[in-house]
Design a protein around this ligand. Structure first.
Ligand SMILES: Cc1cc2nc3c(=O)[nH]c(=O)nc-3n(C[C@H](O)[C@H](O)[C@H](O)COP(=O)(O)OP(=O)(O)OC[C@H]3O[C@@H](n4cnc5c(N)ncnc54)[C@H](O)[C@@H]3O)c2cc1C
Length: 436
């Protein structure tokens, strides 16, 4: 009988790690503290609960997020299986009904003979073999244990959530359904603004009051999750070239491209509520209502959830972690998910897959493996294990992480990167053996 692998945390990364261990025939003890102990953002006791957006980003062939998902699927990803069963229309993106998604994952893991799920807060450092995947909202005791394990170099800072409005409160007389460049189904609701409306909106946005920063908060955000009011402060046109860009969209009422657009994405299959895409914010709640209702289609918007600030915990992986996701200071203990300094649901899940595979190999006395740096998964692993420690910041998958592959122009370079990644991944899979 093999020593069971302890997996701490049943979020996106922990469930993938547990699934991989079971897949390779090593028993798993998975510890999840919810529902008895909740985090500030989770609302349920379900495994793999999505705390914010319901989107797993692009599925469009040739993009970095799509490539990462393709590799994860080839490694038997549990979250992608669950996503396939709970998908909601979202144009070229993979979005899910969050309740069904979490149910699919929870049911699959609880039914897996090799996995035992215990609902308790893990309060000590786990013995090897183990995977620590307690996420951006790691409980205090585990954060302490982590700080001991990696040195006191882990940081705490804050992200921002986007508000959600009810579908019936959106004025469809002033909005229109379409996906950019008509890619996929017309899944987004687009709220257009004229130049005058846009200027008045950005003016109000930059002047609105935000929640005060507390002593222990740092005014530092992931570049992919910068609050909309911070973006607006960077320049009058920043939003129009960022989350409010109108490219690829034509307003059917005018037959023209709007000056600026806020996109709304369905949060659930029934399309009863919409998230404001790219509108993470730290504005006070009454200010969110006042300012976002200046967008004509949202004049009567009912806010089902307001945007908010949240904590993010991650370790300085370049000094603490190997590309296998094993901690340099604790052999046989792997770290996965947002804690490693990747950012995003799928990125977290991908590191969970790698941690699970290697924890299983550790338990079986086999050498570690991980996809080469030419692949999307390998590029992420290379980033977290080798980026300059002094400036290390969480990162989502993007073409900037890949080794250059030559080519002329952006499209051609990206095409080459994708082709090379597929070839490298296929070769790697063939080398690591039949079990994969
Ligand atoms: C508020 C918020 C919003 C976010 N929004 C997005 C978004 O819109 N899109 C996106 O791609 N990414 C988002 N992220 C970032 C990140 O992708 C997700 O947090 C993702 O869920 C990370 O996966 P994970 O497995 O590392 O952590 P989680 O999914 O958070 O899982 C960690 C699990 O560990 C449990 N846990 C913690 N401590 C203990 C303990 N001591 N013992 C037992 N269990 C424990 C927690 O209850 C949780 O279930 C957001 C993060 C936060 C905090």
């Amino acid at each position: 009988m093999k020593t069971p692998i302890t997996v701490v945390g049943g979020g996106l990364a922990g469930v993938e790690a547990a699934w991989q261990c079971a897949r390779f025939g090593v028993p798993v003890e998975l510890y999840e503290m919810r529902p008895a102990t909740m985090t500030p953002a989770h609302r349920t006791g379900a495994l793999a609960e999505l705390v914010c957006s319901n989107s797993f980003k692009s599925m469009v062939d040739g993009t970095a997020p799509a490539l990462l998902k393709e590799e994860m699927r080839r490694l038997g990803s549990l979250t992608l299986k669950a996503a396939a069963a709970s998908r909601v229309p979202a144009g070229g993106a993979l979005a899910v009904d969050r309740v069904r998604f979490a149910e699919e994952v929870t049911t699959a893991l609880e039914a897996e003979a090799g996995v035992n799920v215990t609902r308790v807060e893990f309060e000590e450092w786990p013995p090897a073999p183990a995977v620590v995947a307690t996420g951006p909202l790691t409980s205090e005791v585990m954060a302490e244990a982590l700080a001991d394990a990696v040195g006191r170099g882990n940081l705490y800072f804050f992200d921002a959530l986007a508000p959600i409005v009810s579908a019936e409160s959106v004025d469809m007389g002033k909005a229109f359904e379409a996906s950019r460049y008509d890619k996929g189904d017309g899944a987004y609701v687009n709220c257009p603004l004229t130049a005058t409306e846009y200027r008045a909106f950005t003016c109000a946005l930059t002047a609105a009051s935000t929640a005060p920063f507390r002593d222990f908060e740092k005014k530092l955000f992931f570049e992919g999750c910068v609050p909309v009011e911070e973006l607006a402060r960077r320049g009058e046109d920043t939003l129009r070239f960022g989350p409010m860009k109108p490219v690829g969209l034509k307003d059917p009422r005018t037959g023209r491209r709007p000056y600026a657009v806020l996109q709304l994405r369905p949060e659930v299959l029934s399309r009863e509520m919409f998230g404001l895409v790219g509108f993470q914010t730290r504005l006070k709640q009454r200010e969110q209502r006042r300012v976002f209702q200046m967008i004509p289609a949202l004049a009567e918007a009912e806010f089902l959830r307001y945007g908010a600030a949240h904590r993010n915990t991650y370790i300085c992986s370049p000094t603490a972690l190997e590309a296998t996701t094993e901690l340099s200071s604790r052999r046989g203990v792997f770290v996965a998910g947002q804690l490693t300094g990747v950012e995003g649901y799928m990125e977290s899940a991908a590191t969970g897959i790698v941690a699970g595979i290697n924890a299983a190999r550790f338990a079986r006395g086999e050498p570690f493996v991980y996809p080469p740096p030419e692949t999307a998964t390998g590029a992420l692993l290379r980033y977290i294990s080798t980026a300059p420690a002094a400036t290390f910041a969480p990162m989502n998958v993007n073409f900037g992480l890949f080794l250059p592959a030559g080519g002329k122009g952006k499209r051609d370079r990206q095409r080459r990167v994708v082709a090379r990644a597929r070839e490298a991944f296929t070769k790697w899979l063939a080398n690591v053996g039949e079990e994969f």
